[in-house]
Design a protein around this ligand. Structure first.
Ligand code: XLS
Ligand code: NI
Ligand code: NI
Length: 436
């Protein structure tokens, strides 16, 4: 075994809320049982390849700030990267990781070379996964960095780019299948527009629908059992992205008959960019039967872009965890930390500390949401609000055979005269806070 990137930092352990050791979990106790499942089974935390091993700390005004011994220019650099990545997965003890094709190997000079590199690297991954026990939460294809994708991938005006995107996704799903990925994600980074003046909306949406159908067909053809996930985002890098938010993607899936085939990967920062709360996106996806997985991060509320910071506000996450738990959990999805340390956080330990704080915040929120559910008062309050609907006459209005006429007659006959009732928002808020 070569030199360790994280030096002598050993496996991160749970030390409890009183610990002041920065390299220990204070709330995330992987084997602690909460509502019948361990914390690790509830959260299914994942480390992402791109922010941790791909990004070198540059921003639009400045050069790289991180010193990393690997690169993505050749396979040797990529192998070093994989060594550091699996060292980090094992040090954190997270059960999962995620990657884009382009994060893990250089593209080379052709699609064939890219595919060959990916096949070689995934063989190496398979060995490392076996050795460490780390599993793949999802794979994905980067269809947004290369200049060929500047006008989109599936929605590109050039059919050759559409073809190239199909080929790249085929290789990425095959790689994900080979590694027994639990899911496969599609984030339409540049599937949108910069200006409507050069954009044929109806054509681009048709192309995107067709593309997704081809992906679904391929999944079945190869027998991939993982879940296909679309990750909504309203804008950035484009001015407007077609996968704007949960509601938009839900309508899109239905239009193309894919609502039984594809679920959603909801990212906290993307929800915020769409002027929603994270819990709104989670609750709506759950209500529509589309909740698949979560990209755990947060935005700076003043910045107006996708800052991909580690989550650190447990209280804010409680409602989302509540909706996840009442939906029956997030599996086979998980909490992928699509988060990066800040550009000045240049020490290897900062990468670990970011993940420790992130998973601790999620664990605290999990404990709060579970306590809220187990206490029962909150759910009772919610149920009480709709209790009138339990009456047979109320139910009948929702069933076939009901008519406006019959309902109108009942209102008159029974002298129905509804009285306003309090929505008790402050009470709901205070009950949640009792467990926060
Ligand atoms: C970018 C997205 C991206 C996806 C994977 O904003 O969050 O990281 O999760 O392509
Ligand atoms: Ni994401
Ligand atoms: Ni994002």
């Amino acid at each position: 075994m070569g030199k360790r990137f994280f030096g002598d930092i050993g496996p991160i352990r749970y030390e409890g809320p009183k610990s002041d050791y920065p390299l220990a979990f204070r709330h995330y106790d992987p084997s602690r049982v909460v509502m019948g499942k361990t914390m690790a089974e509830h959260l299914r935390p994942a480390v992402c390849y791109w922010h941790n091993f791909g990004w070198m700390g540059s921003d639009m005004f400045g050069a790289s700030t991180f010193e990393r011994p690997w690169n993505n220019e050749d396979m040797e650099g990529a192998r070093l990267k994989a060594d550091a990545a699996f060292e980090m997965f094992a040090t954190l003890g997270f059960p999962f990781f995620t990657f884009h094709d382009k994060d893990v190997v250089p593209e080379g000079a052709s699609l064939a070379e890219f595919g060959g590199n990916l096949a070689e690297m995934t063989d190496r991954f398979a060995e490392k996964m076996l050795a460490t026990g780390v599993k793949l939460l999802w794979g994905t294809a980067n269809l947004f960095s290369h200049p060929r994708y500047m006008a989109g991938a599936a929605t590109n005006p050039d059919p050759d780019v559409f073809a190239y995107a199909c080929a790249q996704v085929k290789n990425a799903i095959d790689a994900t299948h080979k590694l027994h990925g639990a899911n496969y994600v599609l984030w339409g980074g540049r599937e949108g527009y910069e200006t409507l003046l050069n954009t044929d909306l109806s054509r681009e949406l048709e192309q995107l629908g067709r593309f997704l159908s081809l992906v679904v067909d391929h999944k079945h053809k190869i027998g991939f059992k993982g879940v296909l996930l679309v990750e909504p985002k309203p804008q950035e890098p484009t001015k407007h992205q077609y996968d704007f938010d949960v509601a938009t993607v839900a309508g899109f899936l239905r239009r193309f008959g894919l609502e039984k085939e594809v679920k959603l990967n909801i990212e906290v920062g993307h929800a915020v960019l769409a002027h929603h709360s994270f819990e709104h996106e989670v609750a709506l996806a759950a209500a529509l039967g589309l909740l698949g997985s979560v990209d755990a991060n947060r935005n700076d509320y003043q910045s107006g872009w996708d800052t991909d910071q580690f989550p650190n506000n447990a209280a804010e996450l409680v409602p989302a965890l509540y909706f996840i738990l009442t939906n029956g959990g997030i599996a086979p999805g998980g909490f992928n930390f699509d988060s990066k340390v800040r550009r000045q956080s240049i020490d290897p330990a900062d990468l670990l500390i970011g993940h420790i704080g992130g998973v601790d915040a999620c664990a605290q929120a999990l404990l709060s949401a579970a306590a809220l559910i187990e206490d029962g008062k909150f759910d009772a309050l919610r149920a009480e609000r709709y209790a009138g609907w339990n009456a047979p006459a109320a139910q009948a209005m929702l069933k076939p055979g009901a008519s406006l006429e019959a309902i109108a007659k009942r209102v008159v006959d029974d002298a129905i005269d509804p009285k306003p009732r309090s929505g008790r928002q402050e009470l709901f808020e205070n009950v949640v806070n009792r467990y926060t």
